[in-house]
Design a binder for this molecule. Structure first.
Ligand code: MN
Ligand code: MN
Length: 317
């Protein structure tokens, strides 16, 4: 973007207080498909209000609305880098992709088709989930031609075999399925923050068999953010890379509003610091998933999630 366009500039809290007005992501203009300026968007913020892939505690379908509301607190400039992302790229709230809450196949198809249309227009998505199965629909929409690298923050690998003895997709297996479908290059995948009790090691076995790098929380804490993120950047390399951020990466003391919390995780400073460590990565799309407002306390998870979305936007370059 050559010079900031007033249309794509968020509403300033100096012009209208941040608690006033209709909330969009980061107070950006609402530019749904069909809007006359849709084709000008470079980075589109999208909500996927759906949690049909959840196997335990639901509620992430309410994530996008809570994240929009919290994100009205975001200002124009990054506190450390000084980046002003809304002047660097034309950003807009593209709205939610409407799901069918009682039909998984229909919903996944709608989401995938939407992201394929964005990809055809060269609009990079920044997605607010939704449960983690929604990530598979973004990958199916944008990565069918060429597998992507992946930098993934989570307390779980989400490489598990199907649950309940079936063949079903769940929020526990999007990355296993994405590898099987050729949407991700396992040699350019790194997963960071894994912890918690398990049924077995089926996910770790899949990672080892495919050459996927898993960095458990003990290693993350021992090495520190800078060292771990240097390795993550090296694994992703210069190629096209997806960044997926499950809010349950963060310790539930800082992010209680999620369906599958695991204690003993990073604090909210480390939660932001890892995203700052993505500078220079060739990010083609990113998401923040699994915020479940019914389990939130005082909106702290939504506020952290909105802050992570801003960090991801700045990291997208
Ligand atoms: Mn998780
Ligand atoms: Mn996950």
């Amino acid at each position: 973007m050559s010079s900031p366009d007033p249309f794509f500039t968020p509403v300033s809290g100096m012009d209208l207080p941040r608690f006033a007005g209709v909330p969009t992501f980061m107070r950006l203009p609402y530019v749904p498909e069909g809007h006359p300026r849709f084709a000008e968007v470079e980075i589109g913020l999208v909500g996927l209000p759906w949690d049909g892939g959840v196997s335990n505690r639901a509620g992430a379908r309410h994530g996008p609305r809570a994240l929009r509301d919290a994100s009205t607190m975001i200002r124009a400039q990054h506190p450390v880098s000084g980046v002003r992302p809304f002047e660097r790229r034309r950003c807009a709230d593209l709205g939610d992709v409407g799901p069918n809450p009682v039909d998984m196949a229909d919903t996944l198809g709608r989401f995938e088709a939407f992201f394929a249309r964005l990809d055809a227009r060269g609009i990079r998505p920044l997605v607010a989930g939704g449960d983690h199965l929604t990530t598979l629909t973004v990958l199916r929409g944008i990565a069918r031609k060429e597998p992507l690298g992946l930098i993934h923050f989570d307390s779980h690998t989400d490489l598990f075999p199907p649950y309940f003895g079936g063949t079903a997709l769940t929020h526990g297996n999007p990355f296993r399925v994405a590898v099987e479908e050729g949407l991700l290059d396992p040699g350019r995948m790194v997963q960071i923050g894994m912890r918690g009790t398990a049924y077995d090691l089926a996910d770790r076995d899949f990672a080892a068999a495919n050459g996927i790098r898993v960095i458990p929380i003990e290693e993350f804490m021992a090495r520190g953010v800078a060292d771990v993120m240097a390795e993550a950047r090296a694994i992703a390399g210069p190629g096209r890379t997806y960044v997926s951020y499950d809010i349950d990466f963060v310790d539930p003391a800082f992010a209680p509003g999620t369906g599958t919390p695991e204690v003993g995780g990073p604090n909210s400073f480390q939660a932001l610091e890892v995203v700052r460590g993505l500078a220079g990565v060739n990010i083609v799309a990113a998401d923040l998933v699994e915020v479940s407002p019914p389990f939130d306390t005082g909106g702290i998870t939504a506020w952290l999630g909105a802050s992570i979305l801003f960090e991801l936007l700045c990291a997208m370059g």
